[in-house]
Write a protein that binds this ligand. Structure first.
Ligand code: DGL
Length: 271
């Protein structure tokens, strides 16, 4: 593989601002990699959409990243990872990874009671992708999945704490706590924005796992295996959205990213 290919960017995508919680870890683990981020803000939330539609969206996004010259793609979205990735990864000539295996690995490495809770979108929970991924690693584990459909719209609207998020959070966490979980997977890349509230509600006896760190390390391993690790950062990161750029920019600034954000007509692309 030539130097030129190694210098190409990694494409990272999500329905909205959630995937930026993965970008944060990618910057720590792989500071020399250039990132192009796509947030599908015109079509967020993904969490209640039919599988066929999510597959079509992922094909469009992969097509866009190919045009941008991406060398590797990360679905920084549990919903897409669960519903679309198994199909789209087979079709793509650019290697693709999701975040679910990383989340399962993170949880199995910290659980002692082998009682694991998962918060996720409706689609992720119905796919049982986390249950299957955890059980592959630890067949004795009990996994309890809880759909949390009201959280993503609140987070996209800029809410991070207070009664507006804590009300639904209490409702979603109560059935998991009743199962006496000792580990909780944040099975949606939007949820780390609510980390302080979630930790406050579950207490210190429950380990909260954000799959993003393990996903960044898995990306490092995959790039190494593929001979695609970049030696030095070959340019600035670029952020794209399918909706209007301003509100996304405001959310990105909260996380310390001040790049300009561009609109893209995502429906023009496909694999
Ligand atoms: N952040 C995404 C996930 O990890 C998508 C959430 C949504 O759009 O419903 O599942």
């Amino acid at each position: 593989m030539g130097e030129e290919t190694k210098d190409r960017p990694i494409g990272v995508y999500d329905s909205g601002v959630g995937g930026l919680t993965v970008v944060r870890w990618l910057h720590q683990v792989l500071p020399q990699e250039r990132i192009i981020y796509f947030g599908d803000t015109a079509r967020v939330p993904y969490g209640g959409r039919p599988r066929e539609e999510l597959i079509r969206f992922s094909r469009q996004i992969v097509g866009f990243f190919r045009k941008q010259g991406a060398k590797f793609i990360i679905a920084a979205c549990n919903t897409s990872s669960a519903a679309a990735l198994p199909v789209v990864a087979e079709e793509s000539d650019v290697p693709l990874m999701g975040v679910i295996r990383a989340g399962a690995r993170g949880a199995v490495s910290v659980t002692k009671a082998k009682r694991i809770g998962v918060m996720g979108t409706q689609v992720t929970v119905e796919s049982r992708a986390y249950t299957l991924a955890v059980k592959e690693l630890e067949p004795d584990a009990a996994v309890y999945e809880q759909a949390c459909p009201r959280l993503v719209p609140l987070i996209e609207a800029g809410h991070r704490d207070g009664e507006l998020v804590e009300g639904p959070l209490k409702e979603y966490l109560q059935p998991l706590l009743a199962r006496e979980i000792d580990t909780l997977i944040l099975g949606c890349t939007h949820y780390p924005y609510l980390l302080a509230s979630i930790k406050g509600l579950v207490g210190s006896d429950v380990e909260v796992v954000d799959p993003a760190e393990a996903a960044a390390r898995e990306a490092e391993d995959r790039l190494k295996d593929l001979g695609l690790l970049s030696g030095k950062k070959a340019g600035e990161d670029l952020f794209f959205v399918s909706g209007e750029p301003e509100s996304f920019h405001a959310a990105a600034v909260q996380l310390g990213y001040n790049q300009s954000v561009e609109h893209v007509e995502i429906e023009r692309y496909t694999i």
